[in-house]
Design a protein around this ligand. Structure first.
Ligand code: BG6
Length: 424
């Protein structure tokens, strides 16, 4: 059928009705828009105008619509898309997929925080020094150059996936674990994001683009040489940024987000970096290489949780070394980690939107991201750094830390410089 032609929807309606009566189904429909985002509004409009969005009394049979990101390119287009969808469907019929919310390990953050008594008392500005959220990819843009060149890493990964993970890390305990309460709490986090002033964009946000390099002896193309990418493109394939959540729990705790393509490895993780002990009983010399306590939530791959702490090195003298309590999902005999989509689509069938993005959350995230995009577009003084494919991005990414002693966690070495294979 032609998705833009209203007439074709009456055929679809008849077809669905005949399937229902033959197969005696419940007559529930999910319209999953696996289409170009440019068709979302017209498909939703046509579904509505042909009566296909109408549910039965008390929502039985039900009608739901699933849309994938991108939910717009900026705040204005996101608002328009939300308005178009909401003019034909009620908000509780609309399921906006952000597949990071369907990842087992992201959902586990709720369990870690709210099913255990030991973490939550520490989960605040009094004990946490900073939070790092990284989603690094070793692949480039591959066949998606046409799409990517119009979006870039900020829109493709930060506005949605990384901010949603941040929402889960930072959320206040909801009163009930359901779609309404969880999302009511999440929106408060997004509304508390401290806006980045135009003049601070260059200081708080670093953007980069991968350039040609040699990895393990093989030449790797730079972004501008990729298929369907403009040869003078200024689209970013890497973003590192510092942001703050202005509320009581997180006041002045920096959150660092980082994402990029053609980095040394594929890893997504959250690092909770705890403050140092208030009194240093042991000298810096004794503490040796022991870093402060860190809790690392490994979202993927090798899903798990690692708690790093210092212990006395056995033997004579007194030296402290860093050790870890390490949990891997793969150690669970009965572990089956479903694909994010598997989990999310089942939730949609069950009518549970807890792990779907609500309209107000999408708009609040754009509200935060828009000024950065504007500064990039309009202020020639904000640089776009090149970084060799296979490296951890531009060096400038570490200058956004509050202290010059701080740096990102690097789960493996740069590939572009030393050519060594990386181990996680
Ligand atoms: C998608 C982005 O939403 O997420 C891609 O459009 C990115 O550019 C992908 O590669 C990453 O997902 P995952 O699950 O592999 O981390």
């Amino acid at each position: 059928m032609d998705a833009t032609d209203l007439n074709h929807y009456s055929d679809l309606k008849k077809k669905l009705a005949s399937i229902d009566s033959e197969a005696k189904t419940g007559g529930n429909y999910i319209f999953y828009l696996s289409t170009s985002p440019s068709l979302y509004s017209s498909i939703a409009g046509n579904l509505g105008d042909s009566g296909l969005s109408e549910q039965g009394p008390d929502g039985a049979p039900w009608r739901r619509i699933v849309v994938e990101k991108p939910f717009g390119r900026d705040l204005e287009s996101a608002k328009k898309l939300n308005a178009d969808l909401q003019s034909k469907f009620e908000e509780d019929q609309i399921y906006r997929i952000d597949h990071y919310l369907g990842k087992e390990t992201v959902q586990d953050i709720f369990a870690l925080r709210f099913a255990n008594g030991i973490f939550e008392p520490l989960w605040n500005r009094n004990y946490i020094n900073r939070v790092e959220i990284t989603a690094s990819e070793s692949i480039g843009v591959e066949e998606r150059g046409g799409y990517y060149d119009h979006y870039g890493a900020l829109r493709d990964m930060i506005q949605n996936h990384l901010l949603q993970v941040l929402g889960t890390v930072a959320i206040e305990p909801p009163s009930v674990f359901d779609a309404t309460d969880v999302r009511n709490e999440t929106i408060k986090i997004f509304r508390s994001l401290r806006p980045i002033k135009p003049g601070d964009v260059a200081k708080q946000v670093v953007r980069g683009q991968y350039t040609e390099s040699i990895i393990n002896g093989n030449k790797v193309a730079g972004y501008r040489q990729e298929k369907d990418v403009a040869p003078d493109s200024r689209t970013e394939t890497f973003v590192a940024m510092k942001l703050y959540i202005d509320n009581w729990r997180w006041g002045d705790v920096p959150f660092y987000l980082r994402t990029g393509k053609c980095l040394p490895t594929r890893v997504s993780e959250v690092v909770i970096d705890f403050k140092k002990t208030p009194h240093r009983l042991f000298s810096e010399e004794i503490l040796c290489a022991a870093t402060p306590n860190q809790l690392i939530i490994r979202i993927q791959p090798d899903e798990g949780i690692l708690l790093k702490f210092g212990m006395k090195k056995p033997g004579a003298g007194f030296e402290i070394k860093e050790v870890g309590m390490d949990f891997h999902y793969s150690d669970l005999a009965d572990a089956y980690i479903p694909e994010a989509y598997e989990r999310l689509l089942l939730d949609c069938m069950l009518g549970d939107a807890t792990h779907y993005a609500r309209a107000d959350a999408v708009e609040a995230c754009w509200t935060f991201v828009d000024p950065i995009l504007n500064a990039w577009e309009n202020d020639p003084a904000v640089p776009l750094y090149g970084y060799p494919a296979g490296s951890w991005g531009p060096e400038e990414a570490k200058y956004i830390f509050n202290s010059p002693e701080e740096d990102w966690r690097y789960p493996c070495k740069d590939l572009s410089t030393n050519g060594e294979p990386c181990e996680l």
